[in-house]
Structure formats: structure tokens, C-alpha cells
Design a protein around this ligand. Structure first.
Ligand code: GRF
Length: 215
């Protein structure tokens, strides 16, 4: 499922600061496999975007190593080092101010961003979630699908709004849950869908921005 209207909506909110590929920042907290999928895609001839900045809020995040290996500027902004969410977000803002970033991709970023931060990148922040939203918002979404005995599971890329996993859906990929499926196998299979879906969505947005080829 792919929502062209939302892709166009996001693209209309992006004013390219520089010519060339769309400049993307990726925020992550964990292993960064989705960051890797974005980096790998961005290096192909088909790509209309480049990953120019990586932010992790967790010193253990392997996303930082992946960014370093790909020679992408990266920043650890450990939320625990800040007295308030506002101060944490001020640091994020000051990092982004020194870049040409036009689109923020939350790829396994486990912090909620406040409306104050969202306003600065109004309609230009997207999130990846491991369920077929609106089902199973919030934490442990894959476990929730198993507990609910769902027949179908998957992942969603959506525009971020003030709610938790509530923004307009841009695209989804789904799979059938197998009879002997467990958390580990289902997580692996959903992540594999994510690695295809997320770069595809980012590239579709980037293509509209760069070519100004609105649908
Ligand atoms: C992904 O499954 C994503 O849907 C969820 O967190 C996971 C991040 O994985 N929000 P990774 O850090 O990209 O490997």
C-alpha cells in the first residue's frame, strides 16, 4: 500500500537548500539496520537522496558505527545527559542547523519528539513502525501482533504528528504470520520488509522533490 497524496504533500513542504540529491538525516537508537538499508540504497544509481547526518540518543547504538564506517557525520545526543526534553531537542536543533537536511527519518528512534521540535521540520519527519498501523501503536508492536493472534503483520512508514504512531500512513508492507511463528522469526521477517520499504519511500519523496514531478 502506497499513498501518493502524502508523498506529494511531504514533497511540497521541502524547499531544497542545495542542488543535487535530497539531504536526509536519520535518527536511530538501536542496531541501525534500517539506517544501513538507507545508506546502501543511497549509494545506488537509482537514488535521489543522500544520508548526510545520523543522530543516535544511545551510546550503544550501532547506528553510530555504521555512520562512521560510511563516513557520514554522526552525533551522539544522549537524552540522559539533558535536564529536560526541551534541552535535548535544542541540541538536536543546533546540530541540524549546520546541515542542509530537508527530511528527517526516524528509523528505530525510541524518543518521542515534542510539537516544538516537530514544528521546525513541519511535515518533513517520517517514522518507521513494525506493525500495520493503526494496529499496535507504541512499544512491542510485533509481540502485540502475536498475542492478538493476527493473521497478517507488517510495517508502516508514516508522517509524524503530535501523537504516538498516529500520523498519516505513507506506505505499508505486509506478510502472513506462519503457524509456528515466534517473536524472533517474525521480527526478522518484518525487518526484512522494512529494509525494502523505508528506502523506497524515502526515494519516492526525494524523486518528487528533485524532479518536481508531482503526480
Ligand atoms: C525497527 O524494527 C523499527 O520498526 C522499530 O525499531 C526497529 C529498529 O531496527 N521502530 P534498526 O535499529 O533499524 O535495526
Amino acid at each position: 500500500m502506497l499513498n501518493h497524496d502524502i508523498i506529494e504533500h511531504i514533497a511540497r513542504h521541502i524547499e531544497q537548500k542545495q542542488r543535487g540529491k535530497l539531504s536526509v538525516a536519520v535518527f536511530a537508537s538501536g542496531g541501525g539496520s534500517n539506517l544501513q538499508a538507507l545508506i546502501d540504497f543511497s549509494k545506488t544509481d537509482a537514488s535521489f537522496f543522500s544520508v548526510d547526518c545520523v543522530v543516535a540518543n544511545n551510546p550503544q547504538s550501532f547506528a553510530l558505527t555504521r555512520a562512521q564506517q560510511a563516513a557520514i557525520r554522526h552525533h551522539l545526543v544522549d537524552h540522559r545527559a539533558f535536564k529536560s526534553r526541551a534541552l535535548f531537542e535544542q541540541e538536536l536543533t543546533s546540530i541540524l542547523k549546520n546541515t542542509n537536511v530537508e527530511l528527517i527519518v526516524l528509523a528505530g528512534f525510541m524518543r518521542v519528539l515534542s510539537p516544538v521540535f516537530l514544528r521546525q521540520y513541519h511535515q518533513r519527519i517520517i517514522n518507521l513502525h513494525p506493525s500495520l498501523l493503526p494496529k499496535h501503536r507504541g512499544l512491542n508492536a510485533i509481540e502485540k501482533a502475536l498475542i492478538a493472534r493476527d493473521e497478517i503483520a507488517g510495517c508502516t512508514v508514516h508522517l509524524v504528528d503530535d501523537g504516538l504512531d498516529t500520523g498519516p500512513i505513507i506506505a505499508q508492507s505486509s506478510l502472513t504470520i506462519l503457524q509456528d511463528e515466534n517473536l524472533e522469526t517474525l521480527t526478522t521477517r518484518i525487518q526484512s520488509l522494512e529494509h525494502g520499504l523505508l528506502p523506497d519511500v524515502v526515494n519516492r519523496i526525494a524523486k518528487v522533490v528533485i524532479t518536481r514531478d508531482f503526480f
